[in-house]
Design a protein around this ligand. Structure first.
Ligand SMILES: [Fe+2]
Length: 139
């Protein structure tokens, strides 16, 4: 899962965070897919999940702060999209806390996170960059 230059929004902080997210999701997927016994991979999967949960919150709030700062008109809708994704990740974390970590469930979740990240960064987030360019400013 590769970061692409055209994913850039045009704000360094956000672009760097996006690149870090892509890196982490890639290693998450690798950890989920390698042939090593599941028991051995569990620890890495759990560590990545925990990191992602924290990092996504920091990133989303930085991105929301940028939107406020530049007066992005669709900031509220964007925040709602972030909230929904955080809730989805939180629900998965609760589920594995209660039911344990099963390989099938983690694989589905990893695929979902990957798809979401690509769609969001390549779609919704690009609108922020477009707005900034229309305003004639860059960060
Ligand atoms: Fe976003």
């Amino acid at each position: 899962m590769m970061w692409k230059e055209h994913y850039r929004v045009g704000a360094d902080l956000i672009d760097n965070q996006h690149q870090e997210l892509f890196k982490r999701v890639s290693s998450f997927i690798k950890a989920v897919q390698t042939k090593a016994p599941w028991e051995e991979r569990k620890a890495e999967v759990l560590a990545t999940l925990e990191f992602m949960q924290h990092y996504v919150i920091i990133h989303f709030s930085d991105e929301e702060a940028l939107q406020k700062e530049i007066g992005y008109p669709a900031a509220d809708q964007h925040t709602e999209i972030h909230e929904n994704f955080k809730a989805e990740v939180g629900a998965f974390a609760n589920k594995i806390e209660q039911e344990g970590l099963d390989e099938q469930g983690v694989q589905e979740f990893a695929a979902r996170v990957m798809t979401w990240l690509i769609m969001h960064v390549a779609g919704e987030d690009q609108k922020i960059g477009q707005f900034m360019r229309e305003q004639g400013g860059s960060q």
